[in-house]
Design a protein around this ligand. Structure first.
Ligand SMILES: NC(=O)C1=CN([C@@H]2O[C@H](COP(=O)(O)OP(=O)(O)OC[C@H]3O[C@@H](n4cnc5c(N)ncnc54)[C@H](O)[C@@H]3O)[C@@H](O)[C@H]2O)C=CC1
Ligand SMILES: NCC(=O)COP(=O)(O)O
Length: 355
């Protein structure tokens, strides 16, 4: 096992972005270590995880990282290859690629540490490396469906919105889309079995989600009058009721009511053609009705360098556009690009809030 090196470093006085290292058997730990070793972590970044596990993973991959355990609120060590770590102890040994439900509590504790640090004013924002939803449930957290819903409950808010954005959209200086890789996609429903999606499409839910999306595009992304295009649920947006009635009964009247509030919310459009460049040209975000309707397109356009942002939270949370990739874990083959984009976005949104 590699030993933890602790030496003297300069100190960064800014509040850190807390990066939870995710499922320990997945690629999350090595992605954080890669960014640290390559000098690609923004200053004032801190990992949340098991220092010994991170140290072993770094040594196995030949990554030169100086891990410095410290506590939330401590001055942050800074310097080339230095990675401050807020320690959380693994509950059981861990091998890359092999899930162990005994570590579910560990993963949840890393999230709790990051949320508490944001609440206590010890962190400016949090970025999450991927966790494995199934093993968290197998480990006893019945009802767990993802970071997004867990953070909603942990922060005590009624609703949040999952939005993924390609790197082009995040860095775009222009407001609208200009091509197929410049995309923001928000979801009306998140981690639901497809069988339950139609029942979850209610006027109340669409109203809550659309209001949060509209407000956060203004407040967090600086878009003065967001233009939101909404997908239908059914093929051809229901084909005038012949292929499903959710558009006529729920979505169309709800969008009309939202427009009456002064919001630029268009649709519902057939999802297959909405996601073509011509239809996206004057749109700032697409609201999809369910996970794969929106995210398949987003990932086709920008997988590997997009970020996931939870809107509607009292804290800033960003994440990667991918999962735990157990097939790649421990091999040093996974790309840290999306994590880098997510951390940079968290820093930017947090600095904006502070300003
Ligand atoms: N933010 C989060 O915590 C997320 C967690 N997940 C979870 O991850 C687990 C696995 O999900 P999957 O659907 O298999 O998706 P996945 O993203 O883990 O893997 C899908 C494919 O993409 C590849 N891949 C993923 N990340 C990569 C990277 N950084 N560089 C290169 N290739 C990469 C994998 O090798 C695999 O071939 C599930 O439990 C899922 O719920 C999925 C998405 C987000
Ligand atoms: N496909 C995106 C995703 O599953 C993200 O989930 P979450 O854990 O960030 O809620």
């Amino acid at each position: 096992m590699a030993t933890l090196k602790v030496t003297q470093h300069s100190v960064d006085s800014r509040l850190p972005v807390a990066i939870t290292t995710g499922e320990p058997a997945g690629i999350g730990p090595e992605l954080v270590l890669m960014l640290a070793a390559n000098g690609e972590l923004p200053p004032a970044s801190v990992a949340v995880g098991d220092p010994a596990m991170l140290s072993v993973r770094a040594a196995a991959l030949g990554l030169e990282v100086t891990l410095v355990p410290c506590q939330p609120g401590d001055p942050l060590p800074d310097g080339d290859g230095v990675l401050p770590v807020w320690p959380v102890a693994l509950r059981a040994p861990c091998a890359p690629g092999t899930l162990n439900p005994a570590n579910a509590d560990y993963v949840i504790e890393t999230l709790t540490v990051a949320v508490e640090a944001c609440r206590a004013g010890h962190a400016a924002a949090m970025t999450t490396a991927p966790l494995h939803k199934g093993v968290i449930i197998d480990g006893g957290h019945t009802g767990f469906t993802g970071h997004t819903e867990w953070l909603r409950d942990a922060c005590g808010v009624d609703e949040v919105v999952m939005m993924l954005a390609t790197d082009d959209a995040l860095h775009a200086t222009r407001a609208g889309f200009d091509g197929s890789s410049d995309l923001r996609v928000a979801l009306a429903t998140t981690h639901l079995p497809l069988r339950e999606v139609a029942d979850a499409i209610t006027a109340e839910r669409i109203t809550r989600i659309a209001r949060i999306l509209d407000a956060d595009l203004r407040d967090q992304f600086g878009i003065a009058a967001p233009r939101i295009a909404v997908c239908g649920l059914n093929p051809h947006a229901g084909e005038d009721g012949h292929l499903g009635r959710e558009e006529i009964d729920i979505i169309i009247p709800t969008l009309a009511a939202l427009r009456a509030e002064g919001r630029d919310i268009r649709g519902p459009y057939p999802a297959d053609t909405l996601f073509t460049p011509r239809h996206l040209v004057d749109v700032d975000a697409v609201l999809a009705m369910y996970h794969d309707q929106g995210l398949a397109v987003l990932k086709y356009a920008g997988f590997g360098s997009a970020a996931n942002i939870t809107l509607g939270l009292p804290l800033v949370r960003t994440s990667v556009d991918h999962g735990t990739a157990l097939d790649l874990a421990g091999k040093g083959l996974a790309s840290p690009a999306s994590l880098g984009v997510a951390i940079a976005l968290a820093r930017r949104l947090a600095d904006q809030r502070a300003a």
